[in-house]
Design a protein around this ligand. Structure first.
Ligand SMILES: Cc1ncc(COP(=O)(O)O)c(C=O)c1O
Length: 223
């Protein structure tokens, strides 16, 4: 097998983005064990950095060692129990992936559809939650990469909480690219990716759960 020398490109798409040379050179440093005190120190610093960009004090804020899709799966696997009703907003490709996660984990997806290229309709979400008072979770994509449409995450979280639902928010394309305030907007579970607005290498998914989300995890009947 020959060594792979990727051509130099200027990446202009919606991710992966060009990675800063400082990050690339860090990746050439030696591997250490995950129990090495030096690793623990670096991980603690990384978690603090993630809390800062998510604008959260959530203790459970960490990088999942896999791409954004694994961050998505982390949220749905932990928060959706079989039979849970989840209102999911679909206005592009990634809302559809959320729907797939819900059904794979045994949840019941109630779909709120909007045209591709438009933001999630607050009125439609409110109506869906009024029509499904047993819904436990509202899931939506903050910035739909497939079209560039950004939805009003703050307002959607308020509607969810007013209707006794917790929120799962996809911030793969929004984190670092537009306003995102996890604590102030009371986002309960959120995941992102490093390869877009953070301009780091692909393959890491920052994830954060607040106390409300953790309580749901701790009270699960099925492990
Ligand atoms: C909004 C959104 N969610 C999820 C994903 C999946 O992330 P990944 O490709 O890192 O698995 C992407 C990737 O483009 C995305 O844009």
């Amino acid at each position: 097998m020959k060594s792979f020398n990727p051509p130099i490109r200027t990446l202009m798409g919606p991710g992966p983005s060009d990675v800063h040379p400082r990050i690339l050179s860090a990746m050439a440093r030696p591997t250490i064990g995950h129990l090495d005190p030096a690793f623990v120190g670096m991980m603690n610093e990384t978690k603090e950095g993630l809390k800062s960009i998510f604008k959260t004090e959530n203790e459970l804020t960490m990088p999942v060692s896999a791409p954004g899709s694994a961050g998505m799966e982390t949220c749905f696997a932990n928060l959706v129990e079989p039979g849970d009703k989840v209102v999911v907003c679909i206005n592009g490709v990634f809302g559809m992936r959320m729907q797939e996660n819900i059904t794979r984990f045994g949840g019941v997806a109630v779909v709120v559809e909007d045209d591709w290229g438009t933001a999630v309709s607050l009125d439609k979400v409110e109506q869906a939650l009024k029509d499904n008072t047993d819904a436990k979770i509202l899931a939506f994509v903050h910035a739909e990469t497939s079209t560039g449409a950004r939805s009003d995450a703050k307002a959607l979280c308020k509607i969810a909480h007013d209707n006794d639902c917790i929120t799962i928010v996809d911030a793969v394309t929004s984190l670092g690219g537009c306003e995102l305030r996890v604590d102030e907007w009371e986002i309960d579970a959120i995941y992102s990716g490093t390869q877009k607005c953070l301009s780091a290498m692909p393959g890491i998914s920052p994830v954060s759960f607040n106390e409300r989300a953790l309580t749901k995890v701790k009270n699960r009947k099925k492990p």
